[in-house]
Design a protein around this ligand. Structure first.
Ligand code: IPE
Ligand code: IPE
Ligand code: MG
Length: 253
Protein backbone atom coordinates (compact mmCIF):
# COMPACT_ATOMS: atom_id res chain seq x y z
CA UNK A 1 0.00 0.00 0.00
CA UNK A 2 1.40 3.42 -0.92
CA UNK A 3 1.76 6.18 1.64
CA UNK A 4 -0.89 8.24 -0.14
CA UNK A 5 -3.55 5.57 0.13
CA UNK A 6 -2.55 5.08 3.76
CA UNK A 7 -3.42 8.73 4.39
CA UNK A 8 -6.78 8.07 2.74
CA UNK A 9 -7.24 5.13 5.06
CA UNK A 10 -7.32 7.54 7.99
CA UNK A 11 -10.22 9.30 6.25
CA UNK A 12 -8.04 12.34 5.61
CA UNK A 13 -7.97 12.85 9.38
CA UNK A 14 -4.27 12.67 10.08
CA UNK A 15 -3.43 14.78 13.16
CA UNK A 16 -1.41 17.92 12.57
CA UNK A 17 0.37 17.49 15.90
CA UNK A 18 1.00 14.25 17.81
CA UNK A 19 2.42 14.38 21.35
CA UNK A 20 3.75 11.19 22.93
CA UNK A 21 4.73 10.11 26.44
CA UNK A 22 7.16 7.32 25.61
CA UNK A 23 6.70 5.17 28.71
CA UNK A 24 7.54 1.56 29.56
CA UNK A 25 11.23 1.24 28.67
CA UNK A 26 12.18 0.03 32.15
CA UNK A 27 9.46 -2.63 32.26
CA UNK A 28 10.36 -3.79 28.74
CA UNK A 29 13.93 -4.40 29.93
CA UNK A 30 12.83 -6.01 33.19
CA UNK A 31 10.68 -8.53 31.30
CA UNK A 32 13.86 -9.56 29.49
CA UNK A 33 16.04 -9.61 32.64
CA UNK A 34 18.06 -6.79 31.16
CA UNK A 35 19.21 -3.54 32.82
CA UNK A 36 16.79 -0.59 32.49
CA UNK A 37 19.17 1.24 30.16
CA UNK A 38 18.71 -1.56 27.59
CA UNK A 39 15.05 -0.54 27.50
CA UNK A 40 15.99 3.09 26.91
CA UNK A 41 18.33 2.02 24.10
CA UNK A 42 15.55 -0.01 22.50
CA UNK A 43 13.30 3.03 22.93
CA UNK A 44 15.58 5.07 20.66
CA UNK A 45 14.82 2.57 17.86
CA UNK A 46 11.09 3.22 18.30
CA UNK A 47 11.74 6.96 18.12
CA UNK A 48 13.51 6.48 14.79
CA UNK A 49 10.62 4.48 13.32
CA UNK A 50 7.90 6.82 14.57
CA UNK A 51 9.71 9.97 13.39
CA UNK A 52 10.10 8.46 9.94
CA UNK A 53 6.47 7.39 9.78
CA UNK A 54 5.16 10.78 10.93
CA UNK A 55 7.29 12.44 8.24
CA UNK A 56 5.83 10.15 5.58
CA UNK A 57 2.29 10.81 6.76
CA UNK A 58 2.72 14.58 6.56
CA UNK A 59 2.24 15.14 10.29
CA UNK A 60 3.35 18.74 10.97
CA UNK A 61 4.58 18.40 14.55
CA UNK A 62 5.67 15.42 16.66
CA UNK A 63 6.44 16.18 20.31
CA UNK A 64 8.20 13.47 22.31
CA UNK A 65 8.59 13.47 26.10
CA UNK A 66 12.16 12.26 26.61
CA UNK A 67 12.97 13.36 30.17
CA UNK A 68 10.66 15.01 32.67
CA UNK A 69 11.56 17.57 35.31
CA UNK A 70 10.69 14.84 37.83
CA UNK A 71 12.98 12.20 36.27
CA UNK A 72 15.95 13.68 38.20
CA UNK A 73 14.50 11.73 41.13
CA UNK A 74 15.68 8.47 39.55
CA UNK A 75 18.93 6.82 40.66
CA UNK A 76 21.88 8.98 39.65
CA UNK A 77 23.27 6.21 37.47
CA UNK A 78 20.07 5.91 35.41
CA UNK A 79 19.86 9.70 34.99
CA UNK A 80 23.48 9.76 33.83
CA UNK A 81 22.91 6.95 31.33
CA UNK A 82 19.75 8.60 29.99
CA UNK A 83 21.56 11.89 29.39
CA UNK A 84 24.49 10.05 27.79
CA UNK A 85 22.05 8.29 25.49
CA UNK A 86 20.54 11.64 24.57
CA UNK A 87 23.99 12.99 23.58
CA UNK A 88 24.67 9.86 21.52
CA UNK A 89 21.30 9.97 19.80
CA UNK A 90 21.86 13.62 18.83
CA UNK A 91 25.32 12.83 17.49
CA UNK A 92 24.15 9.81 15.50
CA UNK A 93 20.77 10.93 14.30
CA UNK A 94 20.94 14.64 13.51
CA UNK A 95 22.46 14.18 10.04
CA UNK A 96 19.77 11.62 9.21
CA UNK A 97 17.06 13.95 10.48
CA UNK A 98 18.49 16.70 8.32
CA UNK A 99 18.42 14.43 5.25
CA UNK A 100 14.77 13.67 5.95
CA UNK A 101 13.99 17.40 6.05
CA UNK A 102 13.09 17.20 9.78
CA UNK A 103 13.48 20.35 11.91
CA UNK A 104 14.50 19.64 15.50
CA UNK A 105 13.67 21.73 18.53
CA UNK A 106 14.35 20.85 22.15
CA UNK A 107 12.07 22.31 24.81
CA UNK A 108 12.58 22.32 28.57
CA UNK A 109 14.83 23.87 31.18
CA UNK A 110 18.24 23.24 29.66
CA UNK A 111 20.09 25.07 32.45
CA UNK A 112 20.66 21.82 34.36
CA UNK A 113 22.25 20.03 31.42
CA UNK A 114 26.01 19.72 30.82
CA UNK A 115 27.78 22.05 28.40
CA UNK A 116 28.38 19.06 26.14
CA UNK A 117 24.68 18.18 25.92
CA UNK A 118 23.71 21.83 25.39
CA UNK A 119 26.28 22.10 22.60
CA UNK A 120 24.96 18.96 20.87
CA UNK A 121 21.39 20.25 21.13
CA UNK A 122 22.27 23.60 19.65
CA UNK A 123 24.34 21.96 16.88
CA UNK A 124 21.45 19.70 15.87
CA UNK A 125 18.93 22.55 16.03
CA UNK A 126 21.13 24.79 13.89
CA UNK A 127 21.83 22.02 11.37
CA UNK A 128 18.11 21.37 10.83
CA UNK A 129 16.82 24.94 11.29
CA UNK A 130 16.01 25.55 7.61
CA UNK A 131 14.14 22.30 7.04
CA UNK A 132 10.44 22.52 6.32
CA UNK A 133 9.29 18.92 6.78
CA UNK A 134 8.27 17.40 10.10
CA UNK A 135 8.86 19.61 13.15
CA UNK A 136 10.26 17.25 15.78
CA UNK A 137 10.06 18.61 19.32
CA UNK A 138 11.92 16.77 22.07
CA UNK A 139 10.87 17.68 25.61
CA UNK A 140 13.86 17.30 27.93
CA UNK A 141 13.92 18.40 31.57
CA UNK A 142 10.47 19.58 30.65
CA UNK A 143 7.48 20.06 32.91
CA UNK A 144 4.13 21.53 31.92
CA UNK A 145 4.04 23.60 35.11
CA UNK A 146 7.57 24.87 34.49
CA UNK A 147 6.47 25.94 31.00
CA UNK A 148 3.50 27.95 32.27
CA UNK A 149 5.64 29.33 35.11
CA UNK A 150 8.38 30.60 32.80
CA UNK A 151 5.79 32.24 30.52
CA UNK A 152 4.20 34.00 33.52
CA UNK A 153 7.62 35.13 34.73
CA UNK A 154 8.44 36.72 31.35
CA UNK A 155 5.09 38.47 31.18
CA UNK A 156 5.33 39.67 34.79
CA UNK A 157 8.81 41.07 34.03
CA UNK A 158 7.43 43.04 31.09
CA UNK A 159 4.60 44.42 33.24
CA UNK A 160 7.06 45.37 35.98
CA UNK A 161 9.30 47.13 33.46
CA UNK A 162 6.31 49.16 32.31
CA UNK A 163 6.42 47.64 28.81
CA UNK A 164 3.11 45.86 29.12
CA UNK A 165 -0.26 46.73 30.61
CA UNK A 166 -1.48 43.92 32.90
CA UNK A 167 -4.96 44.41 31.41
CA UNK A 168 -3.82 42.97 28.07
CA UNK A 169 -2.63 39.66 29.55
CA UNK A 170 -4.78 37.07 27.81
CA UNK A 171 -4.77 33.36 26.95
CA UNK A 172 -3.25 34.12 23.57
CA UNK A 173 -0.49 36.26 25.12
CA UNK A 174 0.37 33.46 27.57
CA UNK A 175 0.43 31.00 24.65
CA UNK A 176 2.92 33.20 22.80
CA UNK A 177 5.38 32.70 25.66
CA UNK A 178 5.00 28.93 26.02
CA UNK A 179 7.64 26.58 24.62
CA UNK A 180 5.41 25.47 21.73
CA UNK A 181 4.47 29.04 20.72
CA UNK A 182 3.35 29.29 17.14
CA UNK A 183 2.76 25.55 16.69
CA UNK A 184 -0.67 23.94 16.48
CA UNK A 185 -1.85 22.30 19.72
CA UNK A 186 -1.57 18.51 19.87
CA UNK A 187 -4.59 16.88 18.21
CA UNK A 188 -3.58 13.44 19.40
CA UNK A 189 -1.84 12.55 22.66
CA UNK A 190 -0.44 9.04 22.99
CA UNK A 191 0.89 7.42 26.16
CA UNK A 192 2.42 3.97 25.94
CA UNK A 193 3.15 1.71 28.90
CA UNK A 194 -0.33 1.42 30.39
CA UNK A 195 -0.44 4.39 32.78
CA UNK A 196 -3.29 6.81 32.26
CA UNK A 197 -1.80 10.07 33.46
CA UNK A 198 -0.26 13.25 32.07
CA UNK A 199 2.83 13.26 34.37
CA UNK A 200 3.29 17.03 34.04
CA UNK A 201 3.65 16.91 30.23
CA UNK A 202 2.02 19.65 28.12
CA UNK A 203 -0.41 20.90 30.79
CA UNK A 204 -1.70 23.90 28.84
CA UNK A 205 -1.60 22.54 25.29
CA UNK A 206 -3.42 19.25 25.96
CA UNK A 207 -6.65 21.06 26.89
CA UNK A 208 -8.51 19.70 23.84
CA UNK A 209 -6.31 16.84 22.64
CA UNK A 210 -7.73 13.38 22.07
CA UNK A 211 -6.11 11.13 24.69
CA UNK A 212 -5.00 7.66 23.58
CA UNK A 213 -3.56 5.19 26.06
CA UNK A 214 -2.06 1.82 25.16
CA UNK A 215 -0.54 -0.95 27.28
CA UNK A 216 2.14 -1.48 24.62
CA UNK A 217 5.56 -0.63 26.07
CA UNK A 218 7.46 2.09 24.18
CA UNK A 219 10.18 -0.20 22.72
CA UNK A 220 7.37 -2.31 21.20
CA UNK A 221 5.55 0.71 19.75
CA UNK A 222 5.98 0.61 15.98
CA UNK A 223 4.34 1.76 12.76
CA UNK A 224 1.51 -0.75 13.10
CA UNK A 225 0.80 0.44 16.65
CA UNK A 226 0.81 4.03 15.39
CA UNK A 227 -1.67 3.06 12.66
CA UNK A 228 -4.03 1.72 15.33
CA UNK A 229 -3.81 5.01 17.25
CA UNK A 230 -4.42 6.99 14.05
CA UNK A 231 -7.45 4.87 13.16
CA UNK A 232 -8.81 5.47 16.65
CA UNK A 233 -8.17 9.20 16.27
CA UNK A 234 -9.94 9.32 12.88
CA UNK A 235 -13.05 7.93 14.60
CA UNK A 236 -13.25 10.71 17.23
CA UNK A 237 -15.75 13.50 16.88
CA UNK A 238 -14.02 16.68 18.07
CA UNK A 239 -16.71 18.92 19.47
CA UNK A 240 -14.79 21.71 21.25
CA UNK A 241 -17.81 22.40 23.44
CA UNK A 242 -20.42 22.23 20.66
CA UNK A 243 -23.09 19.55 20.30
CA UNK A 244 -22.53 16.60 17.99
CA UNK A 245 -25.33 17.84 15.68
CA UNK A 246 -23.67 21.24 15.36
CA UNK A 247 -20.39 19.59 14.39
CA UNK A 248 -22.16 17.52 11.71
CA UNK A 249 -23.85 20.66 10.36
CA UNK A 250 -20.55 22.55 10.15
CA UNK A 251 -19.01 19.59 8.30
CA UNK A 252 -21.87 19.59 5.72
CA UNK A 253 -21.76 23.37 5.22
C1 IPE B 1 10.16 6.01 29.90
O1 IPE B 1 10.32 4.71 30.35
C2 IPE B 1 11.48 6.69 29.68
C3 IPE B 1 11.75 7.79 30.61
C4 IPE B 1 10.99 8.19 31.58
C5 IPE B 1 12.98 8.49 30.40
P1 IPE B 1 10.48 4.39 31.90
O2 IPE B 1 11.91 4.39 32.23
O3 IPE B 1 9.63 5.28 32.72
O4 IPE B 1 9.91 2.91 31.94
P2 IPE B 1 9.05 2.24 33.08
O5 IPE B 1 7.84 3.12 33.30
O6 IPE B 1 9.91 2.17 34.29
O7 IPE B 1 8.70 0.91 32.54
C1 IPE C 1 6.96 10.29 31.97
O1 IPE C 1 7.25 8.98 32.31
C2 IPE C 1 8.17 10.98 31.47
C3 IPE C 1 8.74 10.48 30.23
C4 IPE C 1 8.29 9.53 29.46
C5 IPE C 1 9.92 11.17 29.81
P1 IPE C 1 7.51 8.53 33.82
O2 IPE C 1 7.70 7.07 33.79
O3 IPE C 1 8.58 9.34 34.43
O4 IPE C 1 6.12 8.92 34.51
P2 IPE C 1 5.54 8.58 35.95
O5 IPE C 1 6.51 9.09 36.95
O6 IPE C 1 5.41 7.09 36.03
O7 IPE C 1 4.22 9.25 36.00
MG1 MG D 1 7.74 5.16 33.42
Amino acid sequence: MSEGSQAQEFHGKTPRHIAIIMDGNGRWAKQRHMPRVAGHRAGVESVRAIVQRCGELGVQVLTLFAFSSENWRRPEKEVGLLLELFVMALQRESKKLDKRNVRLKVIGDLSRFSDKLCAEISKAETMTADNNGLQLVVAANYGGRWDIGQAVKTIAGQVQAGKLDAAVVSESLIEQHLSLAGLPEPDLFIRTGGEQRISNFLMWQLAYSELYFTDTLWPDFNKEELNIALEWFAGRQRRFGRTGDQVEQIKRA
